[in-house]
Every structure is written in structure tokens, then in C-alpha cells.
Design a protein around this ligand. Sequence first.
Ligand SMILES: NC(=O)c1ccc[n+]([C@@H]2O[C@H](COP(=O)([O-])OP(=O)(O)OC[C@H]3O[C@@H](n4cnc5c(N)ncnc54)[C@H](O)[C@@H]3O)[C@@H](O)[C@H]2O)c1
Length: 507
Amino acid sequence: MKDFAHDPILMGIIGAGVMGRGVAQIAASAGIQVLLYDVNAVATSEAVQFINGMFDRAVEKGRMSGADAAMSKANIKTTSSLAGFADADLVIEAILEKLEVKQPLFKELEGIVSNDCVLATNTSSLSVTSVANAVNKQGRVAGCHFFNPVPLMKLVEVIGGTRTDPAILDQLCAFVSRIGHTPVLVADSPGFLVNHFGRGLNTEGLRVLYEKIAEPEVIDAVVRDCIGLRMGPFELMDLTALDVTYPVSEQIYEQFYHEPRLRPTPTLKQRYIAGLLGRKVGAGFYTYVDGNKVIPPEPAVPDVVPDRKFWVSKKVPALAAKLIALLRDAGMALDDHERPQSGSIAVITPLGLDATTATLREGLDPASTVAVDMLLNIDKRITLMGSPKTGPGIINATWSALAKSGRAVSVIKDSTGFIAQRIIANIINTACEIAQSGIATPQAIDTSARLGLGYPAGPLAMGDAIGPAIILEILRNMLDQTGDPRYRPSPWLRRRAELGLSLLHAE
Ligand SMILES: NC(=O)c1ccc[n+]([C@@H]2O[C@H](COP(=O)([O-])OP(=O)(O)OC[C@H]3O[C@@H](n4cnc5c(N)ncnc54)[C@H](O)[C@@H]3O)[C@@H](O)[C@H]2O)c1
């Protein structure tokens, strides 16, 4: 068995499309001998031209020396038939995403390559175990899932099928590191790691929209400003396009036997059928003019003088303290009594509850009580909601008061867990369930979220920063209020929260 980290190796790539050419480019520039094959000879020669063009551009931009570019170009050879792979040490398949096309290819390949040759598939949605099932020596087949665009996306999921030999996974991880990417070991399961984990943001974002809590641009703004993700769920879905997101969401939900945590909403299907695919067709959750997203302006702050006093509930002391400091800074008068005095506006800071329940539980008057989300980052934006009984004058006065702090204010309909709380809790819970089911280690989950989805921190590290017990409380309250099992806490989260352990703590 060759040492893929150091030994000279010959790598075969089957399929010279978007992915095959990307893998060929980075492998060749890392000094690996590459043999490229495509059933369509034109695709092969176009791929070589494309890759050579990339090397030339890198030289022009000063990112590569002329000598390295020449070496990289010389490392890529082509073959006009599978027979060319007889001496390959590793073959990565990147052809059509169809099991009935991939399986015969692997079967034929097995009859050509040496006994030690490692076979990998770049499939993004098929079961690696099913692909491997086509060959006699299933132990040598694994998934090697690169992301698009390959040179920029540094993450590679190395996927073990049910019968994959662990030594093959070690070889593939060594290979991935050698070509400058980061491997994460993932068990063969629907959506693997990144596509599975990504459901946390999308499905809860869609759920918030479905419940008419807020418009897409408001949900996106809250996710960016309060959770700190680069993109909210709707701008992300517009970018990926619904003809990808919709089938992936359905497939993962179906393949996990209708796990409620992964359940999409009917909105997704309707929008897909309607052709609102996203940026590439100029219409999605946003409209696009000349390719630019049109973001509706923030609503104007109501022109009212907040002349009432604000009474802040101390039910969640840390959040109450933040809110009191903010209102003081904004120059608001505070009602310091034990209970709100007549004429005061009561402000509560619930966790995982809607304004209605939180108001009634605290024995407050729903007509003059509002809820503010103080849990996450409030440097740029604050989320405000009332119950269906809260008077518009009360909402507007609080809105105007909060806006005096210089922050944007998003006024939303009554929601169990506002927007940010419920979305971050679902992201973290999804990650915890992935850890619980052993699909990947906690460290691999966090690495994948950062490198595969551009999250500023991994979901488990984010959960630790907020406090696992708080995430558990949000989910328990949501489960209790909605009765929807999608909010049931993962045992991984519950145990660590109850024991005071980090979510990154493995057993
Ligand atoms: N495009 C992505 O964003 C992306 C990301 C991750 C994984 N993937 C996966 O990578 C694989 C390839 O995707 P792609 O986007 O590069 O596809 P692509 O359509 O760009 O290229 C596929 C290539 O495979 C060739 N091909 C088809 N059948 C073949 C066969 N039997 N033998 C040899 N060549 C054959 C085609 O001629 C084509 O050139 C798929 O399994 C896909 O799911 C794609």
C-alpha cells in the first residue's frame, strides 16, 4: 500500500467537467501525476485548455512562477480509454450524478486497475455504499467529495461506505492534505456532512417565513447582524438556486425517514414549481435588476416621541441588564418598580418563548407588553415583537426608543424564539445530532461549517459561546409551545448542557 502523503502517485480522474478539471488542476499543481479521461473527447481537451489557462492566469497575477506552471501543465496527461488507468494508484470519478451510470463504470474500472488502486467517487448525493456495491472489493471504494469551485473551497469530505477499509480513508485524507485541502472524515449518510448540516439554517428560516413572522430580507438581516453568518437563508438559497436546494432538501428529508428536524416547508416546493429559482433567473426570494439584488429599504422608524417609562422584566437577569443599559444609553426613562406602573411599557426578554406565553407567564398586561431579543449580537440590530393583543402605539413607542440607540430595529410578528434564537438553536441542534449519530466528530463538524459554509465559527463552538444550557432551554420551550418534534433537543446537547460540558466534548 502506497503512502499517499509522500510517495510518487499516479492519479486518474474520470469526468473532465466542472469538478474533474478542478481536482486535476489542484493535484497537478501539487506535483501529482494526473491522468484525465472523459467519455467525450472534446470535454477532455477543453478541460486541459481550461486548466492550462488557469495556470497562465496564475503566472500573470504573480501567484505562480513560470517554472511551476510548466511543471503543473506537464503533470496532466489524458487518456482516451479506461484502459489507460492500469497503473493508477488512485482514481477519482466525477461523472454524471446517476447511480446507474456510476456503477457500471466502477465495475469496468475494477477489471482494469491494480489490486491496490484506491477508487473514489465525488458524488454529492448518492450513497457511497451503493456505488461501492458495484465492485467485488468494496473495501477500496470511498467518497472524496470536493466542493465547487475546487481550488477555492478547501474542504473535502472523505466518506467511508459501510464496507470501506479504514486504511483507504487514511490514504485519501493524506492525499487531500498533500494537495493543500482539508479532509474531514464523514460516515456515509444522506447529504454527508455539509449538505445535511446546512438544513439547520434553511429549514428554520423557511419555517419563520411560512409562519409569516417576517419577510425574507428581515430574516436575512437578523441572521447576518445578530447571528453573524455571512448570508441569511434566503440570499443563500437564491445564490445556490432552488433547482438545487429544493431536491436536496426533499432527498435528505426522505432519506432520513421524515426526521422532523429536516422537514422543509411547502413554500419551497411552490416557489420551485413557479420558477422562482433565484439569482440566476433574476427572481427568487429577492428580485434582481441587472444581476443586482434589490433589497427593500428598512421601514422608517415611527415618528413618535417615546414619552412613556419602560419597565424591564428581570426574569432573565443577564438579558435584562443588557436591555436596561441600552435603554439608559438611548436616554429613556425607566420604571424601576417591582411591577410595571400604570402607563409604563413592560419589556420582556424571553428565551424560546413567544411574546404571548412569556407575557402571560409573567402575569403582565398583553396590551402594554413587548418582547425584545437580547440573546445574541445586538450591536447592529434589535428584534422586537408583541403579542396579538399588544397595541400598535406600544410597539411604535418601543421601536422609536430602541432606534434612538443607533441600531436598526426589526419589528416582527409574535414568534416562538424570535428569529435569531430559533435559527441558531436549530443550527446547533442539527450539528449536535450529527455528532450524536457519529456521522462526524465534533471537530470535523465545526471545521466543515467554517470551510464548507463560511461560518465565522463552528456551530458547536457557537453553542459553547452562548451556553449549551441556554440552547437547551430555547429548544425545550419551543418544543413545549409548538408540540413540534423538530425542536426536540438532541441527546448530545442535552447531556452536555446538563453536565456542564462543552459541546465539543466527545465521549
Ligand atoms: N458541480 C458541483 O457543484 C458539484 C459539487 C460537488 C460534487 N459534484 C459531483 O461531481 C460529479 C461531477 O459533477 P460536475 O458538476 O463536474 O459534472 P459535469 O456535468 O460538469 O461533468 C461531468 C463530465 O462527466 C462526463 N461523463 C459522463 N458520463 C461519463 C462516463 N460514463 N465516463 C466518463 N465520463 C463521463 C461528461 O462528459 C462530463 O464532461 C457529480 O457526481 C456531481 O454530483 C458536483
